[in-house]
Design a protein around this ligand. Structure first.
Ligand SMILES: Cc1cc2nc3c(=O)[nH]c(=O)nc-3n(C[C@H](O)[C@H](O)[C@H](O)COP(=O)(O)OP(=O)(O)OC[C@H]3O[C@@H](n4cnc5c(N)ncnc54)[C@H](O)[C@@H]3O)c2cc1C
Ligand code: FES
Length: 251
């Protein structure tokens, strides 16, 4: 069974705090998403009508898990849309469209997946590890944000302030690994600066990588061209051609 395309209404089934993040579970009869795919979400009540009518458009949110009639999301309150979504309680209704986009392609047998995640970019990687395994290298601002590492099995940690794990960037952990390992595929999701740092490192070491990008999205299904990214094959829409791209094709 596949999830029907089009906007649906469903209720929040669960809500919990994980450090500085909120994990929402929303009812989804056919919860069939792949790691790296996302949904467009908007609250049914209290959406629009704020300053400048924001939030007006739905927001793109990666799938954290999809099982047992529920699809899960990890959210950070960074603006009007995520603020409203983070404030939703159990039983409140949400508009959802998804799953959307192209997810990660698992590595061939015998090749280890190295999962490099930064901040609120970790959901696709947690879902990937749950299904396909792999070693997680995670970077957060503080130990409070790093509590979300509990969503992973045996992660290695870095924090900007050194309050948990290595003090520094998650790419420091990747550097150590790339010195000794080339029989790997890197899967990464996080802020643009982190993804650029990953891209340059894997290129230098000639290691394949798949990067899950974020871009401002208005529609989420290919209609507005507001999310394009430059690739060696021309401009591509992050929402339908991605969000996961081979690192080697990104300009
Ligand atoms: C494919 C995809 C998956 C995503 N997954 C998640 C997720 O799992 N959890 C989550 O909390 N957020 C996720 N996001 C990001 C989220 O959709 C945006 O941050 C959204 O704009 C927040 O809306 P807002 O109204 O709260 O804040 P806004 O006012 O829209 O933005 C707040 C701040 O974030 C910046 N910003 C907005 N959108 C982006 C973006 N796409 N990339 C980088 N910076 C941006 C703005 O410039 C501003 O500084 C994802 C985005 C994409 C495209
Ligand atoms: S968000 Fe509209 S085309 Fe990608």
């Amino acid at each position: 069974m596949t999830t029907p395309f089009g906007r649906r209404v469903s209720a929040v089934l669960s809500r919990r705090l994980v450090g500085r993040y909120v994990v929402l579970g929303i009812g989804e009869e056919a919860a069939v998403a792949e790691p790296g795919q996302f949904y467009m979400l908007a609250a049914v009540a209290g959406w629009g009508g704020g300053v400048d009518e924001r939030p007006y458009l739905p927001r793109a949110v990666s799938v954290l898990y999809a099982r047992d009639g529920e699809v899960g999301f990890l959210l950070e309150d960074v603006g009007p849309g995520t603020h409203r979504l983070c404030g939703l309680g159990v039983g409140e209704d949400v508009y959802l469209v998804g799953p959307l986009g192209q997810g990660f392609t698992p590595p061939p047998p015998g090749i280890e997946a190295i999962l490099v995640g930064g901040g609120v970019g970790i959901p696709p990687l947690a879902m990937f590890q749950d299904r396909c395994g792999g070693q997680a290298l995670l970077g957060f601002r503080t130990s409070e944000h790093a509590e979300a590492a509990s969503l992973f099995a045996a992660p290695e940690l870095a924090t900007d302030d050194g309050s948990a794990g290595h003090q520094g960037h998650v790419t420091d952990l990747l550097d150590d690994l790339l010195e000794t390992r080339q029989d790997i595929v890197v899967f990464a999701c996080g802020p643009p600066a982190m993804l650029q740092a990953v891209q340059s490192r894997v290129a230098r070491h000639q290691v394949p990588a798949q990067l899950a990008l974020e871009a401002p999205m208005a529609c989420g299904y290919g209609a507005c061209f507001g999310c394009v990214v430059d690739t060696v094959a021309g401009y591509k829409r992050v929402c339908v051609d991605g969000p996961v791209f081979d690192a080697a094709v990104l300009v």
